[in-house]
Design a binder for this molecule. Structure first.
Ligand SMILES: *Cc1c(COP(=O)(O)O)cnc(C)c1O
Length: 225
Protein backbone atom coordinates (compact mmCIF):
# COMPACT_ATOMS: atom_id res chain seq x y z
CA UNK A 1 0.00 0.00 0.00
CA UNK A 2 2.71 2.42 1.04
CA UNK A 3 4.81 1.59 -2.00
CA UNK A 4 2.01 2.25 -4.46
CA UNK A 5 1.33 5.59 -2.74
CA UNK A 6 4.99 6.54 -2.96
CA UNK A 7 5.11 5.55 -6.61
CA UNK A 8 1.98 7.45 -7.51
CA UNK A 9 3.06 10.60 -5.77
CA UNK A 10 6.37 10.59 -7.69
CA UNK A 11 4.65 9.84 -11.00
CA UNK A 12 2.16 12.64 -10.43
CA UNK A 13 4.95 15.04 -9.59
CA UNK A 14 7.31 14.46 -12.52
CA UNK A 15 6.75 15.67 -16.10
CA UNK A 16 5.58 13.17 -18.70
CA UNK A 17 8.86 13.18 -20.63
CA UNK A 18 10.72 11.89 -17.56
CA UNK A 19 11.00 8.11 -17.09
CA UNK A 20 11.01 6.66 -13.59
CA UNK A 21 13.33 3.72 -12.95
CA UNK A 22 12.47 2.10 -9.62
CA UNK A 23 15.73 1.06 -7.95
CA UNK A 24 14.88 -2.10 -6.06
CA UNK A 25 18.34 -3.09 -4.80
CA UNK A 26 18.37 -4.92 -1.44
CA UNK A 27 14.58 -5.32 -1.48
CA UNK A 28 13.17 -8.86 -1.82
CA UNK A 29 11.05 -9.93 -4.81
CA UNK A 30 7.77 -9.69 -2.88
CA UNK A 31 8.48 -6.01 -2.24
CA UNK A 32 9.28 -5.48 -5.93
CA UNK A 33 5.94 -7.16 -6.69
CA UNK A 34 4.11 -4.45 -4.73
CA UNK A 35 5.50 -1.86 -7.13
CA UNK A 36 4.76 -4.16 -10.06
CA UNK A 37 1.15 -4.53 -8.96
CA UNK A 38 0.92 -0.75 -8.78
CA UNK A 39 1.85 -0.66 -12.48
CA UNK A 40 5.62 -0.13 -12.42
CA UNK A 41 7.48 -2.12 -15.11
CA UNK A 42 10.89 -0.48 -15.12
CA UNK A 43 13.30 -1.55 -12.40
CA UNK A 44 16.99 -1.04 -11.76
CA UNK A 45 19.59 -2.91 -9.76
CA UNK A 46 23.21 -2.07 -9.03
CA UNK A 47 24.59 -5.61 -8.69
CA UNK A 48 24.64 -8.26 -11.41
CA UNK A 49 23.87 -11.19 -9.11
CA UNK A 50 20.85 -9.48 -7.61
CA UNK A 51 19.67 -8.44 -11.05
CA UNK A 52 19.77 -12.05 -12.28
CA UNK A 53 18.03 -13.45 -9.21
CA UNK A 54 15.19 -10.95 -9.52
CA UNK A 55 14.95 -11.34 -13.29
CA UNK A 56 14.50 -15.09 -12.81
CA UNK A 57 11.91 -14.90 -10.06
CA UNK A 58 9.76 -11.98 -11.25
CA UNK A 59 7.33 -11.45 -14.18
CA UNK A 60 8.95 -11.39 -17.59
CA UNK A 61 7.38 -8.14 -18.73
CA UNK A 62 9.63 -6.22 -16.34
CA UNK A 63 12.36 -4.21 -18.03
CA UNK A 64 15.58 -4.50 -16.05
CA UNK A 65 18.24 -1.79 -15.97
CA UNK A 66 21.72 -2.17 -14.53
CA UNK A 67 22.74 1.07 -12.81
CA UNK A 68 25.85 -0.07 -10.91
CA UNK A 69 29.40 -0.75 -12.02
CA UNK A 70 29.82 -3.67 -14.41
CA UNK A 71 32.85 -5.93 -14.64
CA UNK A 72 33.78 -7.55 -17.96
CA UNK A 73 33.46 -11.11 -16.62
CA UNK A 74 29.84 -10.50 -15.58
CA UNK A 75 28.51 -9.16 -18.89
CA UNK A 76 27.58 -12.61 -20.16
CA UNK A 77 25.07 -13.15 -17.36
CA UNK A 78 22.95 -10.09 -18.16
CA UNK A 79 23.48 -9.81 -21.94
CA UNK A 80 20.48 -12.03 -22.79
CA UNK A 81 17.88 -9.84 -21.09
CA UNK A 82 19.12 -6.49 -19.74
CA UNK A 83 17.14 -3.61 -21.20
CA UNK A 84 19.53 -0.72 -20.45
CA UNK A 85 23.02 -0.53 -18.94
CA UNK A 86 23.55 2.89 -17.31
CA UNK A 87 27.14 2.40 -16.27
CA UNK A 88 29.40 2.09 -19.31
CA UNK A 89 32.63 3.77 -18.30
CA UNK A 90 35.28 2.34 -20.63
CA UNK A 91 35.81 1.15 -24.16
CA UNK A 92 36.83 -2.20 -22.68
CA UNK A 93 33.47 -2.82 -21.03
CA UNK A 94 31.60 -1.60 -24.10
CA UNK A 95 33.54 -4.08 -26.22
CA UNK A 96 32.49 -6.88 -23.89
CA UNK A 97 28.85 -5.76 -23.97
CA UNK A 98 29.04 -5.70 -27.77
CA UNK A 99 30.30 -9.29 -27.68
CA UNK A 100 27.44 -10.25 -25.38
CA UNK A 101 24.97 -8.61 -27.71
CA UNK A 102 26.40 -10.49 -30.67
CA UNK A 103 26.23 -13.84 -28.87
CA UNK A 104 22.59 -13.22 -28.01
CA UNK A 105 21.72 -11.83 -31.40
CA UNK A 106 20.57 -8.49 -30.05
CA UNK A 107 21.56 -4.86 -29.70
CA UNK A 108 22.08 -3.78 -26.10
CA UNK A 109 21.16 -0.21 -25.17
CA UNK A 110 23.74 1.59 -23.05
CA UNK A 111 24.47 4.92 -21.42
CA UNK A 112 27.93 6.31 -20.86
CA UNK A 113 28.40 7.07 -17.19
CA UNK A 114 30.05 10.44 -16.73
CA UNK A 115 32.09 11.46 -13.71
CA UNK A 116 30.50 14.67 -12.47
CA UNK A 117 30.88 14.38 -8.69
CA UNK A 118 33.63 15.79 -6.57
CA UNK A 119 34.35 12.47 -4.85
CA UNK A 120 36.78 10.31 -6.75
CA UNK A 121 35.11 7.15 -5.50
CA UNK A 122 32.34 7.47 -8.08
CA UNK A 123 32.89 5.80 -11.42
CA UNK A 124 32.59 7.56 -14.71
CA UNK A 125 34.28 9.09 -17.71
CA UNK A 126 35.69 12.56 -18.11
CA UNK A 127 34.57 14.62 -21.08
CA UNK A 128 37.92 13.97 -22.80
CA UNK A 129 37.64 10.22 -22.29
CA UNK A 130 34.12 10.23 -23.70
CA UNK A 131 35.22 12.05 -26.85
CA UNK A 132 38.15 9.70 -27.25
CA UNK A 133 35.81 6.68 -27.19
CA UNK A 134 33.32 8.25 -29.59
CA UNK A 135 36.09 9.02 -32.05
CA UNK A 136 37.73 5.61 -31.87
CA UNK A 137 37.54 3.20 -34.79
CA UNK A 138 36.76 0.36 -32.45
CA UNK A 139 33.70 2.10 -31.01
CA UNK A 140 32.42 2.81 -34.49
CA UNK A 141 32.73 -0.87 -35.40
CA UNK A 142 30.39 -2.09 -32.64
CA UNK A 143 27.14 -3.41 -34.10
CA UNK A 144 25.55 -4.90 -31.01
CA UNK A 145 25.50 -1.91 -28.66
CA UNK A 146 23.55 1.28 -29.05
CA UNK A 147 24.45 4.37 -27.05
CA UNK A 148 21.21 6.06 -26.08
CA UNK A 149 22.48 8.73 -23.70
CA UNK A 150 24.45 9.64 -20.60
CA UNK A 151 24.21 8.95 -16.88
CA UNK A 152 25.73 10.74 -13.92
CA UNK A 153 25.62 10.92 -10.13
CA UNK A 154 26.06 14.17 -8.27
CA UNK A 155 28.19 14.56 -5.17
CA UNK A 156 26.54 13.33 -1.96
CA UNK A 157 26.24 16.70 -0.21
CA UNK A 158 23.71 19.02 1.42
CA UNK A 159 25.01 21.77 -0.84
CA UNK A 160 22.25 21.84 -3.44
CA UNK A 161 23.96 24.60 -5.39
CA UNK A 162 26.81 22.21 -6.03
CA UNK A 163 24.42 19.40 -6.99
CA UNK A 164 22.68 21.72 -9.44
CA UNK A 165 26.00 22.86 -10.90
CA UNK A 166 27.07 19.25 -11.48
CA UNK A 167 23.77 18.29 -13.13
CA UNK A 168 23.92 21.41 -15.25
CA UNK A 169 27.42 20.48 -16.39
CA UNK A 170 26.28 17.00 -17.40
CA UNK A 171 23.27 18.42 -19.19
CA UNK A 172 25.55 20.67 -21.24
CA UNK A 173 27.78 17.74 -22.20
CA UNK A 174 24.65 15.79 -23.20
CA UNK A 175 23.46 18.61 -25.48
CA UNK A 176 26.88 19.04 -27.00
CA UNK A 177 27.32 15.33 -27.76
CA UNK A 178 23.81 15.17 -29.15
CA UNK A 179 24.49 18.00 -31.58
CA UNK A 180 27.99 16.86 -32.57
CA UNK A 181 27.22 13.20 -33.12
CA UNK A 182 23.57 13.43 -34.14
CA UNK A 183 23.94 11.61 -37.44
CA UNK A 184 25.89 8.72 -35.92
CA UNK A 185 23.64 8.39 -32.87
CA UNK A 186 20.05 9.29 -33.80
CA UNK A 187 18.66 7.50 -30.74
CA UNK A 188 20.83 9.46 -28.30
CA UNK A 189 18.05 10.99 -26.20
CA UNK A 190 18.30 9.80 -22.60
CA UNK A 191 19.85 11.73 -19.73
CA UNK A 192 19.81 9.59 -16.59
CA UNK A 193 20.34 11.79 -13.57
CA UNK A 194 18.60 12.26 -10.25
CA UNK A 195 17.98 9.95 -7.28
CA UNK A 196 15.64 10.19 -4.25
CA UNK A 197 17.37 13.19 -2.75
CA UNK A 198 17.98 15.23 -5.87
CA UNK A 199 15.64 14.23 -8.70
CA UNK A 200 13.67 17.49 -8.60
CA UNK A 201 16.85 19.47 -9.25
CA UNK A 202 17.95 16.94 -11.87
CA UNK A 203 14.68 17.34 -13.78
CA UNK A 204 14.99 21.12 -13.65
CA UNK A 205 18.45 20.71 -15.19
CA UNK A 206 17.21 18.50 -18.03
CA UNK A 207 17.05 14.92 -16.76
CA UNK A 208 14.83 12.57 -18.77
CA UNK A 209 15.31 9.51 -16.57
CA UNK A 210 15.41 9.39 -12.78
CA UNK A 211 16.63 6.46 -10.69
CA UNK A 212 14.66 6.41 -7.45
CA UNK A 213 15.07 3.82 -4.70
CA UNK A 214 14.45 4.88 -1.11
CA UNK A 215 11.63 7.34 -1.89
CA UNK A 216 9.67 4.38 -3.26
CA UNK A 217 10.77 1.42 -1.15
CA UNK A 218 11.94 3.12 2.03
CA UNK A 219 15.30 2.69 3.70
CA UNK A 220 17.64 -0.06 2.53
CA UNK A 221 18.99 -2.65 4.93
CA UNK A 222 22.45 -3.94 4.20
CA UNK A 223 24.27 -6.93 5.58
CA UNK A 224 21.40 -9.36 5.94
CA UNK A 225 21.70 -11.10 2.61
C1 LIG B 1 20.96 3.10 -5.22
C2 LIG B 1 21.08 3.89 -6.46
C3 LIG B 1 20.09 4.83 -6.82
C4 LIG B 1 18.88 5.12 -5.97
O1 LIG B 1 19.25 5.78 -4.79
P1 LIG B 1 18.14 6.39 -3.80
O2 LIG B 1 18.86 7.47 -3.10
O3 LIG B 1 17.72 5.28 -2.90
O4 LIG B 1 17.01 6.89 -4.62
C5 LIG B 1 20.25 5.50 -8.02
N1 LIG B 1 21.31 5.28 -8.83
C6 LIG B 1 22.27 4.39 -8.51
C7 LIG B 1 23.41 4.21 -9.45
C8 LIG B 1 22.19 3.67 -7.33
O5 LIG B 1 23.17 2.80 -7.02
Amino acid sequence: MKISQNLNSIINEIPEHVTLVAISKTHPPEVVMEAYNAGQRLFGENKVQELITKYESLPKDIQWHLVGHLQTNKVKYIAPFVSLIHSVDSLKILKEINKGGEKNNRVIDCLFQMHIAEEDTKFGLSYEELIEILNSKEYKSFKHVRIVGLMGMATFTQDLTQVRREFNGLSNIFKEIKSKYLTEMPSFNKLSMGMSGDYTIAIEEGSTMIRVGSSIFGERFYGTN
